[in-house]
Design a protein around this ligand. Sequence first.
Ligand SMILES: *[C@@H]1O[C@H](CO)[C@@H](O)[C@H](O)[C@H]1NC(C)=O
Ligand SMILES: *[C@@H]1O[C@H](CO)[C@@H](O)[C@H](O)[C@H]1NC(C)=O
Length: 299
Amino acid sequence: MASTMIVTTTLIFLSVTVTVNSHIIPPKIDEKLLEFPLNLEYFEAEYFLFGSMGQGLDSVEPDLAAGGPPPIGAKQANLTSLVKDIITQFGYQEVGHLRAIKKTVRGFPRPLLNLSAESFATVMNDAFGSPLSPPFDPYANDINYLISCYVIPYVGLTGYVGANPELHSPVSRKLVAGLLGVESGQDAVIRSLLYERADEKVVPYETTVVEFTEKISKLRNKLGKMGLKDEGLKVPKKLGAEKKVQGNVLAGDEDSLAYGRTPKEILRIVYGTGDEKTPGGFYPNGGNGIIAKTYLRGG
Ligand SMILES: *[C@@H]1O[C@H](CO)[C@@H](O)[C@H](O)[C@H]1NC(C)=O
Ligand SMILES: *[C@@H]1O[C@H](CO)[C@@H](O)[C@H](O)[C@H]1NC(C)=O
């Protein structure tokens, strides 16, 4: 009797363990794809938290940084109350995203991030093909900060779209769908706020908001080296929804589906080097995790 109970209990225990392995914990094969986006989520968390409140993860949720170095040059931006309010929400959303990924996979500590004004100015100079004078300051005001934000969640979004079909388990796909939903929302909010001011000049330059977005998107397409996956706030009609419109408040392909990017393409863009093996830009030492490290070692 007693031994039957032990056997039964053991069997129940075993079957529970199996269920856990196949449904709750994602398979090993998904791990590197699930941890990779931490690189971008750390960036977004720090940039939004600092931009809106003047302090980052080390004040808000230090455990999530896991001992990684604090970001270089991040600071509070000069924002009006509406934009500050929205960016504060985005910042806390990113804290949740970091936690959600780290609850699912072990992940890695925060990589070194260069969020200095100069780092963004360099991206703008590359986008313009010549140095802007004065150098672009992302922290100066609403419009500059929103333009700098145009650079980020969208890249994360394309990464989640790209990763989803590569994932093996429903648990992994559920996580990625949840992250994608909110990242797309952030991108939509940023693009809408910019779209409202599309034809304004970005003082003191002679360039409009639309032209900034076009140049940034063009730069990302060039660095990613995989064709058109990025579109500014206005496009030629042939690239608009159903080839009917020039307004492009959301970017999408010929069926208005979101573009996807691989980790390799994302690294080329966020390093600003067009090469996944050569770190730089926002990631002076490169990204963390298996995928980024493999490229950095020349793999
Ligand atoms: C941060 O980026 C700027 C612009 O590229 C560069 O001048 C500066 O040296 C960088 N800082 C570090 C510590 O890498
Ligand atoms: C902050 O931004 C406002 C515009 O929103 C601008 O008028 C003001 O000069 C800026 N302040 C600083 C210190 O740059």
